[in-house]
Design a protein around this ligand. Structure first.
Ligand SMILES: Cc1cc2nc3c(=O)[nH]c(=O)nc-3n(C[C@H](O)[C@H](O)[C@H](O)COP(=O)(O)OP(=O)(O)OC[C@H]3O[C@@H](n4cnc5c(N)ncnc54)[C@H](O)[C@@H]3O)c2cc1C
Ligand code: FES
Length: 343
């Protein structure tokens, strides 16, 4: 990780423009200084982690780029979360000229490279979930000949973000882009039948899903039931899933954690309740991390001895977990000693 003097690799990005999208969503165009522009290159679908100070407290939150890499600006779009601290602070207080601390882009919710030119991209967005999907759709339309279908669910017409850019894209690519809006106020929340109807006739396709947890669960289940292969589903979760209950065999108290990082081995006594990442920090190590919500995979490391359980995992595949990989920001040790290696 490049040390630019900011905490944990964060760099200050100036807010170049504030765009009010709807009454409860705002876009921020961020100015990336020339000297670190290489660090802020991103793929469509990725996100930035911001570190903001609200009420004297430092908080980290992830925001996906709503811009596409082909555009010459980097833009994030933030929707108010009722009762949420950072999203409301950004909507109410972010001002042109302010600086925000941001980590370089991360994330695996990206276009597959090895996909065939004719494979359809079918996207399901709910509410603020449109942000990474807008970037993916725009990129697929600009850089490939792939047909694209977008199902976009909102409570009502007032909450649709990017209504005009989407209409313009649909007009410009009428031969291969279908945009279907769903309004709960007209038809109730999205059901499995809505999903099935939308994918009718789909053949070789990749599916991208992002939105509120219940929306994502309905879409994912309906697609799997319709026979879509799990590996063709790409999900980006904005909210952390509920922590799983402690494993039945989680009885053994952990005494120490052995950490290998940058070819140094450190043994740190374990403090009850700490994650492996917190333990590494207690040992004075600069272990990699970004979102700290189990979404980006930056903090992944391999448990080579002992065991740990993750509170949340939205980044690792099942086979990676089987190989011993964990998200250290989410991993609690479950054996007397744990040996973890950052590779
Ligand atoms: C990979 C990723 C990409 C993302 N991209 C975007 C994006 O592009 N656009 C976007 O708008 N969001 C995005 N998010 C979500 C974003 O990171 C924030 O989670 C969101 O803005 C809410 O943050 P907040 O600080 O406003 O809310 P928080 O203060 O974290 O609160 C979240 C919710 O929890 C409730 N809550 C808080 N504390 C308590 C408590 N003690 N008891 C009960 N309830 C409580 C709040 O009422 C609120 O509803 C993304 C998230 C991830 C992980
Ligand atoms: S820091 Fe992002 S998953 Fe751990």
């Amino acid at each position: 990780m490049v040390d630019d003097g900011s905490p944990d690799g964060f760099a200050p990005l100036r807010i170049k423009r504030v765009v009010r999208e709807t009454s409860d969503a705002v876009s921020l165009v961020l100015d990336v200084p020339e000297h670190c522009s290489h660090r802020y290159r991103y793929q469509a679908g990725q996100f930035l982690t911001l570190r903001v100070s609200v009420g004297g407290q430092y908080l980290r939150r992830c925001y996906s780029m709503s811009s596409a890499p082909i555009e010459d600006e980097l833009r994030i779009t933030v929707k108010r979360d009722p009762g949420g601290v950072v999203s409301n602070w950004i909507n109410d207080s972010a001002t042109e000229g302010d600086e925000l601390l941001a980590m370089p882009p991360e994330g695996r919710f990206v276009l597959r490279q090895e996909v065939s030119a004719s494979a359809e991209l079918i996207a399901f967005a709910g509410g603020s979930g449109i942000t990474p999907i807008m970037s993916l759709v725009r990129t697929a339309l600009a850089g490939t000949a792939r047909p694209v279908r977008l199902f976009y669910a909102n409570r009502g017409r007032d909450s649709v973000i990017f209504s005009e850019p989407l209409a313009a894209l649909a007009e410009a690519h009428a031969d291969r882009l279908v945009v279907s809006h769903h309004y709960d106020e007209d038809r109730g929340v999205v059901t499995a039948a809505d999903v099935e109807a939308f994918i009718a006739g789909a053949g070789d396709a990749d599916y991208y899903i992002c939105g509120p947890a219940p929306f994502m669960a309905t879409v994912e289940k309906a697609l799997l039931t319709a026979g879509v292969a799990k590996e063709r589903l790409h999900l980006e979760r904005f909210t952390v899933a509920e922590a799983p209950p402690p494993a039945a065999d989680a009885g053994e108290a952990t005494e120490e954690v052995v950490i290998e990082l940058d070819r140094r081995t450190t043994t740190q006594p374990y403090r009850d309740g700490d994650t492996l990442l917190q333990t590494a920090r207690m040992a004075g190590l600069r272990a990699p991390s970004s979102c700290e919500t189990g979404s980006c995979g930056t903090c992944m490391a391999r448990v080579v001895d002992g065991s740990a359980r993750m509170l949340n995992n939205d980044a690792l595949e099942d086979d990676e977990v089987e190989e011993g990989w964990v998200l250290t920001c989410q991993a609690l040790p479950t054996s007397r000693t744990v040996h973890v290696v950052y590779e």
